[in-house]
Design a protein around this ligand. Structure first.
Ligand code: ADP
Ligand code: MG
Length: 482
């Protein structure tokens, strides 16, 4: 438990997150306009999205399907009847003067999510609800020195707002929550999770209390679009609140913005300025009723999700929970690993995928989809290690060349003559030579100085350019000197 140490003792953070996730769908929540990212401003705006008089919203079934599948993926109650409300406010990028959202009766109720922490432990975080709503347009202030422009391409795009219980206690837990939620959304294909394109963003609610005390007054930090900013904003905010509380002050409930350049949060609006949204059911839309059989069919059809995959990797492949967690964090990484591990020593495969491949990919800033080494090519390398054709040390060299040139493992081993020497006769000759050249060390060995063994093995590896099988060398040495 990481607490913030203040002058009056330890303080505990209480964090609840509201996540906006853009639904993966080719068209918007209530119109047929495209949702494609990066289009010319105002090129994807239907009359409904521009709020022309007399236009009527028509619900997009794909968005409902995606929201229900997401609800099932976070093990939540699906509400068979939900209601769309108008959330009224004025903003230049909101032509209708209201946003269609869900307030009292959301499509998804209580659920939960398991987060994985750096020390290998896990915790359950409650989810309060998931509701459907429209995104607003975007004001562009940086195109002209005097004027602002409005781009309505995002207007009407379907969002899921996923609200957590105030169950998180550290900024790391908040980041872990976002990470797991993003993985689930990506596995489901219900949101692409790209925080830098704004398709997933989060508001962090933070309050402080002395352990055991009731929850304090919270502040909400809006629109955090990276995990690093999320953690920085929470840390800054927690310290800001502790300083005020320890000074005898009180926290004003307010909405704040995070300035990523300064690493600070600052007031956006206070509670007194908070909107009265005058929610009421949208008269243009009927309550949304779901067929329980349809929901059951979606449930039966869910893909294997990260937590289940992790448990299966541990039991099926005998790898550690920690390694399994790394492998399942992204579906294509998990698929890659499974392809390498199939029919092979899975622990060896996991080690090569995680330590060697991921290490090199991270360094080069590449995704697994851009890996210069395919799963079958890495599998071939693992086979060469497993059947003793090459040593682990040589394998790393071979792998470097595979990454660089895209050549196959066997071809590199063949071309460079890297095959491991396991032939006892050949190795004995090498060992004899080393013993003869180093009588002092040989004597130390006989006197029982076991560490000299390592030195001898090193010499044998050197003499064979790393091709000697270390295990065989070890045995021969013990036979000759023992
Ligand atoms: P609103 O819609 O006004 O933001 P909600 O009741 O929906 O208010 O709460 C929003 C978020 O704030 C939720 O994620 C909830 O877990 C979190 N939250 C509520 N109370 C606190 C608190 N005292 N400290 C930290 N987070 C809180
Ligand atoms: Mg809120």
């Amino acid at each position: 438990m990481s607490m913030i140490q203040g002058a009056t003792g330890a303080w505990e953070m209480v964090i609840g997150l509201e996540v906006h996730a853009q639904i993966t769908s080719v068209s918007k929540l209530f119109s047929g306009a495209s949702t494609e990212f990066g289009a010319e401003p105002n090129s994807q705006v239907s009359l409904v999205d521009a709020a022309m008089p007399g236009m009527l919203p028509v619900i997009n079934e794909v968005c409902v399907y995606q929201a229900v599948r997401t609800g099932l993926g976070i093990k939540a109650e699906i509400n068979l009847v939900s209601v769309f409300d108008r959330k009224n406010y004025f903003y230049p990028d909101l032509p209708a003067g209201y946003q269609i959202s869900q307030f009292t009766r959301p499509i998804v109720g209580k659920g939960e999510l398991e987060i994985d922490l750096a020390d290998g432990s896990s915790r359950m975080i409650g989810i309060t609800r998931l509701h459907l709503e429209q995104d607003a347009g975007k004001s562009l202030h940086d195109q002209d020195p005097k004027r602002s422009f409005i781009d309505l391409n995002r207007s009407g795009v379907a969002l899921m707002e996923i609200v957590s219980e105030p169950d998180m206690r550290t900024s790391e837990e908040a980041a872990a929550y976002m990470r797991k939620l993003r993985a689930i959304l990506r596995y489901l294909g219900t949101c692409d999770g790209n925080m830098d394109e704004g398709s997933m963003r989060c508001d962090a609610n933070v309050s402080m209390r002395k352990p055991g005390e009731p929850m304090g007054t919270r502040c909400e930090i809006k629109n955090l679009n990276s995990l690093r900013f999320l953690q920085q904003a929470i840390e800054y905010e927690a310290r800001r609140q502790v300083a005020i509380l320890e000074d005898g002050g009180t926290i004003d409930q307010e909405t704040r913005l995070f300035d990523s350049r300064k690493g600070e949060t600052r007031t956006m609006r206070s509670k007194e300025e908070a909107h009265d949204y005058r929610y009421f059911p949208d008269p243009d839309l009927l309550p949304l009723e779901l067929d329980p059989d349809w929901v059951a069919a979606l449930k039966a059809d869910l893909p294997e999700l990260p937590d289940e995959k992790k448990a299966r990797f541990v039991s099926e492949f005998g790898i550690t929970v920690y390694d399994a967690g790394i492998l399942v964090a992204e579906q294509d990484r998990a698929d890659y690993f499974e392809a390498v591990a199939a029919g092979r020593d899975a622990k060896l495969a996991a080690n090569w995928v995680i330590s060697e491949l991921f290490g090199r990919l991270n360094k080069a800033g590449l995704d697994i989809g851009d890996s210069p080494v395919s799963a079958s090519a890495l599998g071939e390398l693992v086979d060469l290690i497993a059947d003793n054709t090459i040593s682990g040390r040589i394998a790393k060299e071979v792998f470097d060349e595979m990454v660089e040139t895209g050549k196959g493992a066997a071809a590199i081993v063949e071309a460079k003559g890297l095959t491991q020497i396991t032939d006892t006769g050949a190795l004995e000759a090498v060992v004899d030579e080393i013993i003869a050249a180093n009588p002092e060390q040989a004597e130390q060995f006989r006197e029982g100085k076991q560490t000299v063994v390592g030195w001898f093995v090193g010499q044998a590896m050197k003499a064979t350019q790393g091709k000697a099988n270390p295990k065989a060398v070890n045995e021969i040495l013990r036979k000759k000197l023992g």
